[in-house]
Structure formats: C-alpha cells, structure tokens
Write a protein that binds this ligand. Structure first.
Ligand code: NAD
Length: 279
C-alpha cells in the first residue's frame, strides 16, 4: 500500500463490485457524483440519475466509462412516482437488472420554523423521504423478481439510503430536513426488517459535514470553517470520497451480514463533542 493521502481510495479492491449494476440518484453533484464514480471504479456498471444539468451527468458517465465499465445518465425527479418507475424499468431493460440502489438525492430549503412555508416543508419531505421510498420500492420489485445470483452477489440486492447525522441531531432552522432524515432512519430500519428474509440488504450511510454544494455556506469562508470544525472531533471537513468509500464497502459482499445499520461517516460529529470539555 502506498502512503499518499489517496491511499484509502486506491486501496479498495478494484473488482469488489464486478458484474453488479448500480443506480445512484442525484449523481451529477457532490456525494452522489463521488459515489457513482467510486462504484464504477470498484467494477460496477452505473446509472447516473440526475434531475437537472445533463452536462454534469454526462461528465460523470464519461469518467465512469474510463474504468472499462458501462455507464449511462437517466433523468428523473425522484419525488415523482411515474418517473422513478420509468427510470428503474429502463435500467432493467438496458442493463438487464439492478443490484445496488443508492438513494442519495436530497435537498435543503431552510427557514426558521414560523417562516417555513408548507411548500418548503413538503418539497424537502417529497425529495428526501418520499423519493427514497419510491426508489427503494422499485428496486425491491426487481431484486425480488431476479432473486440471488451467487456468481454476482450473496444477496438479492442492496439498498443504501443516504441519510445524515441529522437523523439523530436536532437542527434548528432546518425542521423539514431533520424530519426527512429522521424519517429515513425508520424507513430504512423497517425495510431492512421486512426484506432481510428475501436476502435484500437495506442500510444507510449518515454523512457529517461533507464539502459539497448543498452546504457551501458552512465551509466557504474561514470563519464558517472554524465554526464548523468545533463540531468535528477529527478536525477536518469530509470529502465526498469519504462517503463514496463507505457506500462501496456497504454495497459489497464484504458487508454481507450487515443489515439495517446506519454507518455514520462524520469525523465524530455524533459523539457530542461539546461534552469533551463540558458536562
Ligand atoms: P448536492 O446538492 O451536491 O447533491 C444533491 C443531488 O441531489 C444533486 O445532484 C441534485 O440535483 C439532486 N436532486 C435534488 N432533487 C432531486 C430530485 N427531485 N430528483 C433527483 N435528484 C435530485 O448535495 P450533497 O451534499 O451531495 O447531498 C447528497 C445527499 O447527501 C443528500 O441526501 C444530503 O441530504 C446528504 N447529506 C449531505 C451532507 C453534506 O454535508 N454535504 C451531510 C449529510 C447528508
């Protein structure tokens, strides 16, 4: 193993997901983009879902294709039932099946409580929670139809929900977002319980503060960075690749006995760092 900072990335076995087909929602930006690339680097064929900015999605497809696997960009709004059904149907038609669904797409529409409109509340619930429900449901139908193919994977399929530390940590001024991620936690655990007998593994990754466009204001200026770092015992802001690595591992058979778990990838943010010196 080399000793560069890239080591954890390049150390992932290149063919860990060989022969598997993955779909990543919201894969033309931030965590979804890094995850789609990580899955492709690990040998999976990848569908790159996007809702806007096809050029960005095209670049992700190009990079994934350079690993010698298959990739394509599909447009769909994950909060729309007909679009999600059509997207998964198209993947089954064009790629043969789906083995890994990464329900990653998400958004924020922040406001103090009494200023938050019903539209802001509803939009975030629709995308962050209902979108994951729809994607998980459509993928499950295909996992069930196909069943286990031992040469590909020990399980019939994997669903990985992109949650957040805010499935646990309350977040003033973001009640729609925190409620959506709290919902993802119970949805994920309930699905894991319901689907495990069918050899379908459902898990979540809960990122802490990761440098992406969704939270630019939290890391863009030196003052904001300093404030943010007080919440992170490991004293660095996360990179999208930190999350991608966790997803690749969770999706692989190395984690075949991991069911209904949330993997926090947060530099220790959920360890209540204020208590290190107080309490
Ligand atoms: P991002 O804004 O870079 O990416 C979000 C992606 O979701 C974009 O590609 C966007 O177009 C897509 N999207 C939004 N609405 C959609 C819709 N209706 N249909 C399809 N795609 C849609 O932000 P990110 O940080 O990469 O966020 C990815 C996920 O990670 C989200 O679920 C977010 O809640 C979660 N997360 C991020 C952080 C962080 O610190 N960045 C922390 C915790 C959780």
């Amino acid at each position: 193993m080399n000793s560069t900072v890239d080591a954890p990335r390049s150390a992932l076995p290149a063919q860990l997901l060989k022969g598997q087909k993955a779909l990543v929602t919201g894969a033309n930006s931030g965590i979804g983009m890094a995850t789609a690339i990580g899955l492709g680097r690990a040998g999976a064929d990848v569908v790159v879902n996007y809702v806007a900015d096809p050029d960005a999605a095209g670049k992700v497809v190009e990079e994934i294709s350079s690993f010698g696997v298959r990739a394509a960009a599909y447009q769909a709004d994950v909060s729309q039932e007909d679009q999600v059904t059509a997207m998964v149907g198209r993947m089954v038609e064009e790629f043969g099946t789906i083995d890994i669904m990464v329900a990653n797409a998400g958004m924020q529409r922040d406001a103090r409580f009494t200023e938050m409109t019903l539209g802001q509340w509803q939009k975030v619930i629709d995308v962050n929670l209902t979108g994951q429900f729809l994607c998980a449901r459509e993928a499950t139908k295909e996992f069930r139809r196909r069943g286990v193919v031992p040469a590909v994977s020990r399980s019939a399929g994997k669903i990985i929900c992109m949650s957040s530390v805010h499935q646990l940590i309350p977040w003033a001024g973001h009640v729609n977002y925190a409620a959506s991620k709290g919902g993802v936690l119970m949805m994920m655990e309930t699905l894991a319980q319901e689907l495990a007998p069918e050899k379908i593994r459902v898990n979540a990754v809960a990122p802490g503060a990761i440098k992406t466009p969704i939270n630019r204001s939290a890391w863009e200026t030196p003052e904001a960075r300093k404030d943010l770092l007080t919440l992170i015992p490991y004293d660095r802001i996360g990179d999208p690749e930190d999350i991608a690595n966790a997803v690749v591992l969770l999706a692989s058979d190395l984690m075949d006995y991991v069911i209904g778990t949330t993997l926090y990838v947060d530099g220790g943010m959920t360890l209540f760092p204020g208590f290190a010196t107080g309490g």
